[in-house]
Design a protein around this ligand. Structure first.
Ligand code: TYC
Length: 102
């Protein structure tokens, strides 16, 4: 952004610094072993979806190989990925969950 002031260059740098933080999609990946019901429960618990929406997302992942559960700032996305993976491993399922910069 260019402004009509003597110190235009400085103002331009400030505008760049103030751009909003990147957002990240949290994405579930399909596999052949994790039970559908487990995935639905994960989506409800960690992404605050109702049962119907969670089922639709799970079926999309099952059909297309991957599906987004939500978009969050970096630290929140990262925490959700860790919580989902920890929950899945404790239950003995190979469910994969990743984050992608939007
Ligand atoms: N494909 C799995 C099955 O048939 C279900 C599944 C859905 C697994 C979504 C992972 O992220 C996933 N049991």
């Amino acid at each position: 952004m260019v402004t009509r002031q003597d110190n235009g260059t400085i103002l331009e740098r400030q505008a760049q610094k103030l751009k909003p933080p990147s957002m990240y999609l949290v994405v579930l990946l399909n596999d052949d072993y994790t039970p559908m019901e487990f995935v639905v429960a994960i989506i409800q618990e960690y992404f605050n979806k109702d049962r119907e929406t969670a089922t639709q997302i799970m079926l999309m992942v099952h059909r297309d190989g991957k599906g987004a559960c939500g978009v969050f700032p970096k630290d929140i996305a990262s925490t959700k990925v860790e919580l989902v993976l920890t929950h899945a491993r404790k239950a003995g399922h190979p469910l994969q969950c990743v984050m992608e910069e939007v």
